[in-house]
Design a protein around this ligand. Structure first.
Ligand code: 5GP
Length: 194
């Protein structure tokens, strides 16, 4: 998605450890019009999939998921993050290692909001090694819901998470695919910076 790639080029900052900082439009301050365009694009890609729910994880997946949900006219369910391993019988849970924080957390979703009747689109802000996506698909598996596809704002292709899922036949659409960020230079898989 050209609009997103342009913003990344203009405002993204490459931090040590292969972390891309996009706080100015996605992770802290939010450009609502840009997010709405991203939601529209996910709707264009997945509109024939009979989606009943969008699943994401707090915090930065939520605005993107909400933007998409407005087009699909379905609810958003977001996995909450906590430290307590035993959440009791009312929750689906998954242990996830956070790439940016360098620590583990428990992702949890109430059983009230996800069931075998659901057909789910997973949305998140970043896909790197695939740990967050592994947690979300694990929770989906526990619920019995079917996975229609995955929509990602920014995929860091060089970290390999996306290809791991694609090789299992899971449809992933990423709006910006970063091939490399060596020496602070962002190179997209299809295009260089505009
Ligand atoms: P993964 O679990 O695929 O390794 O990483 C995905 C999660 O880590 C995302 O939910 C996102 O919050 C965070 N993340 C991974 N890489 C980056 C990055 O380069 N920049 C930012 N801002 N977040 C990232």
């Amino acid at each position: 998605m050209k609009l997103l790639e342009e913003r990344i080029c203009k405002e993204g900052i490459v931090l040590p450890g292969n972390v891309l900082k996009v706080d100015m439009f996605l992770n802290h301050q939010i450009d609502v019009k840009l997010i709405a365009e991203m939601g529209k694009e996910f709707y264009r890609i997945f509109s024939n999939e009979h989606i009943t729910k969008i699943l994401t994880v707090e915090a930065s997946g939520i605005p993107i998921a909400c933007a998409a949900a407005a087009f699909f006219d379905v609810p958003v369910v977001f996995a909450k993050k906590g430290q307590r391993k035993n959440m009791g019988p009312d929750f689906y849970t998954a242990e996830v290692f956070s790439f940016t924080k360098g620590s583990e957390y428990t992702m949890h979703v109430s059983k009230s909001y996800l069931s075998a009747a659901d057909r789910v689109l997973i949305i998140d802000d970043f896909l790197a090694n695939g740990a967050a996506l592994t947690g979300l698909t694990d929770i989906l598996g526990q619920s019995g819901a079917s996975l229609a596809g995955v929509g990602i704002a920014i995929e860091k292709v060089f970290q390999g998470g996306g290809d791991k899922f694609r090789s299992r036949g899971i449809p992933i659409s990423s709006l910006a695919m970063i091939a490399s960020m060596d020496n602070g230079e962002i190179v997209f898989r299809r295009n260089d910076c505009y």
